[in-house]
Design a protein around this ligand. Structure first.
Ligand code: CA2
Length: 143
């Protein structure tokens, strides 16, 4: 089993600001948690981060035939990107959406997710542990 973990814009800056929302750990420690979770389950994985919508679309297209599942935190593109939604629908790879914060209890504009329309499940509000929950769910779904 091989899964792709995609992180969207500014997530590489985790730990720098807004610790009350995203915690005080940095992106490297998020990647370490993902590595540890995948290793424990015997999952082959790749972590990918980009600040660019088209680059994320290209990565999803390129995942076709190479990955069995996707975990994605599209960050701000969650609320704007029909292009990422369409790419996920086009490749039809089982996908779990994850958010560190609870997007339903923040700004009004964060309550809508285009990505949810292509996701098997959305995990939110669990901090970094949400990635663990998302990977474990995807593992159970694909197994
Ligand atoms: O809660 C999440 O995981 C989000 O996807 C994070 C996005 C936000 O736009 C979504 O509405 C919810 C923001 C990621 C940027 O994170 C920061 C990193 C460093 C400093 C401040 C924010």
């Amino acid at each position: 089993m091989k899964i792709l973990i995609i992180n969207g814009p500014n997530l590489n800056l985790l730990g720098l600001r807004e610790p009350e929302i995203y915690g005080n750990k940095n992106y490297a420690s998020l990647c370490a948690l993902i590595d540890k979770t995948c290793q424990a389950l015997g999952i082959d994985h790749e972590i990918f981060q980009s600040n660019h919508e088209g680059v994320i679309v290209d990565k999803i297209q390129d995942a076709y035939g190479k990955f069995d599942g996707i975990v994605i935190n599209p960050a701000a593109y969650t609320h704007t990107s029909v292009a990422i939604l369409d790419a996920l629908k086009a490749v039809s790879i089982p996908t779990v959406e994850v958010h560190i914060s609870d997007i339903n209890s923040r700004d009004e504009f964060r309550k809508h997710s285009y990505i949810s329309l292509a996701a098997q499940k959305t995990v939110m509000g669990l901090g970094f542990d949400g990635y663990k929950v998302a990977i474990e769910y995807l593992y159970g779904f694909l197994k």
